[in-house]
Design a protein around this ligand. Structure first.
Ligand code: SF4
Ligand code: FES
Length: 323
């Protein structure tokens, strides 16, 4: 693609799956997966409570056509629509540059972040049925899902270009492009994602307090440093067909949070962290589909990390059974 193509002006239609929830009746609980049952999770007393079937409300698809630079982000497009066409369109973002993880959605059926997705990488010719109502691309049809393959230089100027947007799959939709990620955050919290270290008081040769440190060498840091970059965006969860089943699986993001501390040489709670992952919705629920690895915005090979952790959980189980 030439430099001119990279930043040329394009007329693009954003095809947005919209949703307005029905007003809640007093006393009704909110949140939860649209797929899960009201069952208690082994990871918490009330993890499944409040989970209902698909949220009720009005669903429709709305097209917004606008002129944009090919180098604009999809978030830029939505902000322009909100300013100039439809202030009622709901989406979530914060940092605008891939740091906060608040703006994960499905673009053309692929979970990813709005702010780092460039128009030039996601526009595609208008193809009916490219993305289903559930936000996923239908299977069975040989679809060229690699939007990067679109050659803007060779594009017929009359081609209608679209980008399809839906809320992050696998989570209940709160409104338009906003998914309720509370189930994921609850699951992460249950695995206690903070350092549990005894810490040793460091003293000088004279016995004076030097610093309160948790010492670690570069090799030890390297074992978990990448995992600590996880921004809990939920892209891996939105890609995971097992997580989309609801309470059956604690989910890749929670397991990455646990793995980050399991791999940290300063942490003293490895045994209890591994035990927590022995529950039925923990390591055993992962089916190693590895779709979670495909779009992590922080470059974490989520499936491989999960596999490494699953092996540690299995080893811990064998060892505890042998005792
Ligand atoms: S592992 Fe990657 S995709 Fe999953 S929540 Fe963390 S940053 Fe997002
Ligand atoms: S807005 Fe923060 S990651 Fe996209």
């Amino acid at each position: 693609m030439t430099n001119a193509a990279v930043d040329r002006m394009l007329t693009v239609t954003l095809r947005v799956s919209r949703f307005t929830p029905k007003p809640e009746r007093p006393g009704r609980r909110r949140g939860g997966s649209p797929f899960g049952s009201r069952s208690k999770s082994p990871f918490g007393a009330d993890a499944g409570a409040g989970r209902t079937n698909r949220a009720r409300g009005k669903r429709w698809t709305q097209d917004y056509t606008l002129d944009v630079h090919a180098s604009d982000s999809v978030l830029d497009c939505l902000l322009a629509i909100k300013r100039e066409q439809d202030p009622s369109l709901a989406f979530r973002y914060s940092c605008g540059h891939g740091m906060c993880g608040s703006d994960a959605v499905a673009i053309n059926g692929t979970p990813t972040l709005l702010c780092t997705a460039k128009v030039r990488d996601w526009v595609r010719p208008d193809t009916p049925g490219f993305v289903g109502d559930d936000g996923f691309r239908p299977t069975g049809e040989p679809v060229d899902a690699d939007a990067h393959a679109l050659d803007l230089d060779a594009l017929d100027p009359d081609t209608t270009l679209v980008i399809e947007l839906a809320a992050l799959p696998g989570f209940p939709t709160q409104r338009d492009l906003i998914a309720d990620i509370d189930p994921m955050l609850d699951q992460i919290r249950k695995l206690e994602p903070y350092l549990k270290a005894a810490g040793e008081l460091q003293v000088t040769d004279e016995g004076k307090i030097n610093a309160f440190e948790y010492l670690q060498n570069p090799e030890q840091l390297a074992r978990y440093e990448l995992l600590s970059n996880c921004i809990a965006c939920g892209v891996c969860e939105g890609s995971c067909p097992v997580y989309a089943g609801g309470d059956a699986f604690i989910g890749p993001a929670a397991m990455i949070a646990a793995s980050r501390f399991i791999n940290d040489s300063r942490d003293n709670a490895t045994a209890s962290r591994l035990t927590a992952l022995m529950e039925p919705d923990g390591a055993r629920a992962c089916q190693s589909v590895r779709a979670c690895s495909m779009h992590c915005p922080k470059g974490i090979d989520v499936g491989e990390e999960l596999w490494q952790t699953i092996q540690k959980v299995d080893a811990a189980r064998v060892s505890s059974e042998a005792e």
